[in-house]
Every structure is written in structure tokens, then in C-alpha cells.
Design a protein around this ligand. Structure first.
Ligand code: HEM
Length: 227
């Protein structure tokens, strides 16, 4: 019985008993490492940085956690609690918008089309750029501002245009691990907000490199202190 992804890939076969080739297993393993780990660590790094840089947001997110603990009279993090964190949801959306871990994706053009006065022939490779949508002023007011309120029920800026929030891609090939990644990030964020203060150490280069996934060039050094 397979207990890990690599064993599953090695054992899997189609109706005719064909298995994946060594080359296919290599690329699928690399894809899983990138898709399943690099992306989530990138977004969590950006979350830690953005909260440390925006103390008003940090305090509001922390207050939401305290409020949930009081209302539910339970200090343990439960699934029911996780479903009642609208402000943390907004913060995570804003991190996805401003710091998308993946720069974009490729699509093979299977049918020629015209767009904005340009002809795109079948057979071309098209690249969609995630950050370009997230920084488009037609979708988001003051796109350079870190502002989770833009995703609140009153403004709901992501609803103005389809596909304006595409950190996980969109359409039929949307991220397969999206729900899992969101749950994982929410659990970690809620636990850190409840138990720790943190501070970015001085003298770091916080400018970002984009490939293979978005992250500060020197990583992010943070000091955590338990409450
Ligand atoms: C914050 C975390 C994550 C982000 C931002 C993210 C982002 C993305 C994006 C943008 C795509 C679409 C690429 C394209 O358009 O071609 C994608 C696809 C995919 N993701 Fe994620 N991802 C995350 C976490 C995960 C996790 C945790 C897993 C697995 C456990 C995963 C598995 C996949 C797979 C298998 C695909 C390919 C889906 C397909 O082509 O049908 N992702 N992801």
C-alpha cells in the first residue's frame, strides 16, 4: 500500500499496464516539490513580512483570533473556528494579490484569435502574467497599497472583473491543491497570531526575486517571541 507520492508515481499504471517513464517520474516529482511546497512557503513568508510591516492589519487579525477564542470558549484551534475568520481570509487574499508566489502560466494556443488588435495564431505559446492582473488599476484601487479591506463585503474589488484574482490560476487548470494550501496557511497564520509576536531583523535586502517562486532575495529573517 503506497504511503507517499513517489511510491504512488512508481506504482501507478494505466489499463494496459504501462507505467510512467523515469523521465516522467523525475518531472512529476519536481512538480510536486515546487507546486506543493515552494508556493506555500513563498506565500507564508510574504504573509509574515506583510503583517510585520502593517501593524494595524496585524492587530486587527490578532483581535479576530481573540474574539473567536472568547466566543467559542475554546483556546484550541478547531475546524469550526477556522470557518469563522473572515478578516484572516481577506488578509490572505491580499497577500495572494500583492505577492503571488507563481509569476504566471503557459497555454498552447489551440485556435487562432484576435485580441486588442493583435492576431494570435494557433500553435503559439501564450503566457498569462498573474501580477499584471493583480496590479491593474481597473480592478484594484491603489494596487500598490497593502489593504485587506479591498476584499471586505462592501468593496469586494475582486468581483468587478472575472479572473482578477488569479494567484492560484483559473479555469479548468486552476491549482489542484488550492483548498489544501489555503487551509494549511490559515492554520499556521492563526496559530502564530494567537501565540507569537514577531519582528523582521534589521539590515536585510527585502527586494524580491521572482523565479522559481516569489521571495525576498536573502530569505526573510524574523525573530519570534512567544506570548
Ligand atoms: C500558496 C500555495 C499555492 C499557489 C499560489 C499555487 C499556484 C498555482 C498556480 C498559479 C497554478 C496554475 C498554473 C497554470 O496556470 O498552469 C497551480 C497549479 C497546480 N497546483 Fe498549485 N499552488 C499552491 C499550492 C499547491 C499545493 C499545496 C499543491 C499540491 C499539494 C498544488 C498542486 C498543483 C497542481 C498539481 C497544479 C496543476 C493543475 C493542473 O495543471 O491541472 N498547488 N498552482
Amino acid at each position: 500500500m503506497a504511503t507517499d507520492v513517489l511510491t504512488l508515481l512508481l506504482q501507478t499504471e494505466d489499463e494496459e499496464g504501462n507505467r510512467l517513464s523515469e523521465a516522467e517520474i523525475k518531472v512529476q516529482t519536481l512538480l510536486m516539490l515546487f507546486a506543493g511546497h515552494e508556493t506555500t512557503t513563498s506565500m507564508l513568508t510574504s504573509l509574515m513580512m506583510a503583517l510585520a510591516q502593517n501593524l494595524d492589519v496585524l492587530e486587527k487579525a490578532r483581535a479576530e483570533q481573540q474574539d473567536i477564542i472568547q466566543r467559542t470558549d475554546d483556546t484550541a484551534l478547531t475546524l469550526a473556528q477556522i470557518q469563522q475568520m473572515p478578516y484572516l481570509d481577506q488578509v490572505l487574499k491580499e497577500v495572494e494579490r500583492q505577492y503571488p508566489p507563481v509569476a504566471g502560466g503557459f497555454r498552447k494556443v489551440i485556435k487562432s484569435f484576435d485580441f486588442n488588435g493583435y492576431h494570435v495564431p494557433a500553435g503559439w505559446l501564450a503566457l498569462y502574467r498573474i501580477e499584471a492582473a493583480h496590479r491593474d488599476e481597473r480592478c484594484y484601487a491603489e494596487p500598490d497599497r497593502f489593504d485587506p479591506e479591498r476584499f471586505g463585503p462592501e468593496r469586494a474589488e475582486q468581483k468587478r472583473y472575472d479572473y482578477s484574482l488569479v494567484g492560484f490560476g483559473g479555469g479548468p487548470r486552476i491549482c489542484l491543491g488550492m483548498a489544501f494550501a489555503k487551509l494549511e496557511m490559515k492554520i499556521l497564520a492563526a496559530q502564530l497570531l494567537r501565540r507569537y509576536r514577531w519582528q523582521i531583523t534589521a539590515g536585510q535586502d527585502l527586494s524580491f526575486s521572482v523565479i522559481p517562486s516569489l521571495r525576498p532575495k536573502d530569505g526573510l529573517k524574523v525573530i519570534f517571541t512567544a506570548y
